[in-house]
Design a protein around this ligand. Structure first.
Ligand SMILES: Cc1cn([C@H]2C[C@H](O)[C@@H](COP(=O)(O)OP(=O)(O)O[C@H]3O[C@H](C)C(=O)[C@H](O)[C@H]3O)O2)c(=O)[nH]c1=O
Length: 321
């Protein structure tokens, strides 16, 4: 269980974070000491006002997180993920915090061939505007530790899945489109591999890093669940009893990373973390959550999402959501 700790600030700039981490962290811990702030981290004045009220630990979940959107509009990614991180770091330095945890991604390491795994020593070789902006943020966090002695940790996770994930991401996109019998966009040959991590396992790892992570260290967090995209899509179709004929191969994502895989030895050995969820049960629970919460994701799809969907899929599929 969570130890008591006063006045956490978990800062989130928008709803496009990793698979509902905020909601899950709140529900797992049910801890009134977590404060979730939706302060825009690119607004230095608003951030200053927030910190003046007293902030002890910062967990920076704030991110523009979707690779496809970063290909359409890189600028907003640099603003939030690089400049926003610098604004937060300056406030953390000015007011003093006991820890600054940067929630990052395995995508900063680039792509893997058929073998090998990302370790914390793997050089940063980001391939998309999204991952480049996350790498930029990570390097600033590291630099504030080296230069100013800011007490930091960086976590780098693999692909999250679970409740509350924004419907642009592969799993909720496929579930929601399959439910209305729409074509399911498979980029390229569908054989790209991702290492799927249930969001609660990601949150439990972050919780450990907040409390026990050695200052200045990076921790990789992975699910040991490498799957091809085709496997993911076919599993969802089987579970929903929908035909594979819905799968539609479309033009590949530009710069599409072939494979991600994380070696979580460091966090396992140093902090005793282990993922609790197996993919086979986690995906069933996730599908059930989306079946039970159609109102939540339909509301999102009816807003700005439609414009994005038309831009992203209009040419590829000849439709939008
Ligand atoms: C949306 C979509 C995706 N895909 C493929 C592309 C990828 O190979 C795979 C997963 O795509 P998604 O966009 O859900 O996730 P990634 O690009 O792997 O990145 C995600 O996991 C990392 C760790 C983060 O850091 C990102 O924030 C997070 O978005 O499915 C398709 O084939 N069709 C589609 O319509």
């Amino acid at each position: 269980m969570m130890q008591q700790h006063p006045n956490y600030q978990i800062i989130n700039v928008d709803s496009l974070t990793y698979a509902g981490n905020l909601e899950n962290l709140k529900s797992i811990e049910n801890n009134p000491n977590y404060t979730f702030s939706k302060t825009d981290i690119t607004d230095a004045q608003a951030v200053d006002t927030l910190f003046r009220q007293g902030v002890d630990v910062v967990v920076n979940f704030a991110a523009e997180s979707h690779v496809d959107r970063s290909i359409l509009e890189p600028e907003v990614f640099v603003k939030t993920n690089v400049l926003g991180t610098q604004v937060l770091l300056d406030a953390a330095k000015k007011y003093g915090v006991t820890k600054f945890v940067q929630v990052s991604t395995d995508e900063v390491y680039g792509t893997l061939g058929e073998t090998g795994l990302f370790t914390e020593e793997t050089p940063l070789t980001p391939n998309s505007p999204y991952s480049a902006s996350k790498a930029g943020g990570d390097l600033l966090v590291r630099a504030y530790h080296e230069t100013f002695g800011l007490p930091i940790n960086i976590t780098r996770c693999s692909n999250n899945y679970g409740p509350y994930q924004f419907p642009e991401k592969l799993i909720p996109l496929i579930i929601s489109r399959a439910l209305s019998d729409q074509a399911l966009p498979i980029y390229g040959d569908g054989l790209n591999i991702r290492d799927w991590l249930y969001v609660e396992d990601h949150c439990s790892a972050i919780d450990l890093v907040i409390h026990q992570g050695r200052i200045g260290e990076v921790y990789n967090i992975g699910g040991n669940n490498e799957r091809t995209n085709l496997h993911i899509v076919k599993t969802i179709l089987q579970e929903l009893n929908k035909p594979e004929a819905l799968m539609t191969y479309v033009k590949d994502r530009l710069g599409h990373d072939r494979r991600y895989g994380i070696d979580p030895t460091k966090i396992t050995q140093e902090l005793g973390w282990k993922p609790k969820h197996h993919f086979e049960t986690g995906i069933k629970e996730t599908i059930q959550w989306y079946l039970n919460n159609k109102e939540w994701w339909s509301r999102i799809q009816s807003g700005e999402y439609q414009d994005y969907s038309t831009k992203q899929y209009g040419d590829r599929l000849g439709d939008s959501l």
